[in-house]
Design a protein around this ligand. Structure first.
Ligand code: PAF
Length: 286
């Protein structure tokens, strides 16, 4: 439990608190979230608590990162529950802006990250990364924190954020935090709650399959054969459709042509109302 906890809803109050802490010599960490908290989010808070002096979390379901047929309306929202989880984990300050504080009338600017933002998720969810990049740029500039924490579960999002921070010279250190998994391997996600009990039984096949794909590539199997095997295995396991199972360069996310480079296998597949994504590193070849 933190020594003190406060909720602010305006950019002015957020900035004032962060600046005062920095003025007193404290290093400030930022943990952006859309709520629907699970242990994966709490791992971000724990990382910030370890690496910085003051942890600021944000809670904002960003309308700009949802497509017209996506789940913006039904996205899990329970501020009271999330506030309790944030306070129990030792968060010092929580920024919960109303939509008008983030996107006032006349708002017309967006941040669009070319290349890395247009592939994989960018291809299947047009506009998604522009929505993410826009809100993350705003949150980073609004808070002015020293370090910001994002989950590796959304690996491409993490790389898109690294890109925009470099390109726009935003003075903040970005840190990725390892994916938190259930005992059976399923990556924690706010959207797992859309799974029926039967689908929940099928879901861990995603992690198992991409882990096997990574192993195959590590042992020298042809990359595209391993990817096709991965997609077919997911369909056989009960997934309705597979958007991609793809081995990529871990930094640029370009197709992995040279398996001796540091690689990552990323996948997205649909199971009932949920679209699950996950990724694993490809260990160095043996
Ligand atoms: O990963 C998320 O929860 C969101 O995409 C983020 C980074 C909070 C931006 O809305």
């Amino acid at each position: 439990m933190a020594d003190s906890f406060e909720i602010v809803r305006t950019i002015e109050a957020l900035r004032a608190r962060v600046r005062a802490w920095q003025h007193d010599g404290h290093r400030v960490g930022l943990v952006p979230t859309m709520g629907g908290l699970h242990a994966g989010h709490l791992a971000l808070v724990q990382a910030s608590r370890k690496q910085t002096d003051k942890t600021v979390a944000t809670l904002f379901v960003n309308p700009k990162q949802f497509g017209p047929s996506e789940d913006f309306e039904s996205y899990p929202r329970d501020e009271e529950r999330d506030v309790k989880l944030f306070t129990d984990e030792g968060t010092h300050l929580l920024f919960v802006p109303p939509t008008g504080e983030m996107y006032p009338d006349g708002f017309s600017t967006s941040v669009s990250v070319a290349n890395i933002g247009g592939i994989l998720e960018g291809e299947y969810r047009p506009g998604f990364f522009t929505g993410v990049a826009t809100v993350v740029t705003k949150l980073l500039l609004q808070a002015g924190a020293d370090q910001a924490f994002f989950g590796e579960k959304d690996y491409q999002q993490l790389q898109v954020i690294n890109r925009l921070v470099t390109d726009l010279n935003i003075p903040v250190e970005i840190s990725g935090v390892a994916t938190v998994r259930e005992n059976d391997g399923l990556a924690l996600s706010s959207r797992n709650q859309y799974l029926t009990p039967q689908e929940r039984g099928t879901a861990p096949a995603l992690y198992k399959t991409i882990t096997d794909v990574a192993e195959k590539i590590k042992h020298g199997e042809n990359v595209s054969n391993a990817e096709v095997w991965g997609s077919e295995t997911l369909i056989a396991a009960g997934f309705e459709s597979v958007d991609y199972v793809s081995a990529r360069d871990a930094h640029t996310l370009e197709p992995l042509v040279d398996p001796r480079k540091t690689g990552r296998v990323l996948a997205a597949a649909k199971l009932g109302k949920a679209r699950l994504i996950d990724n694993v590193p490809i260990a160095d070849p043996i």
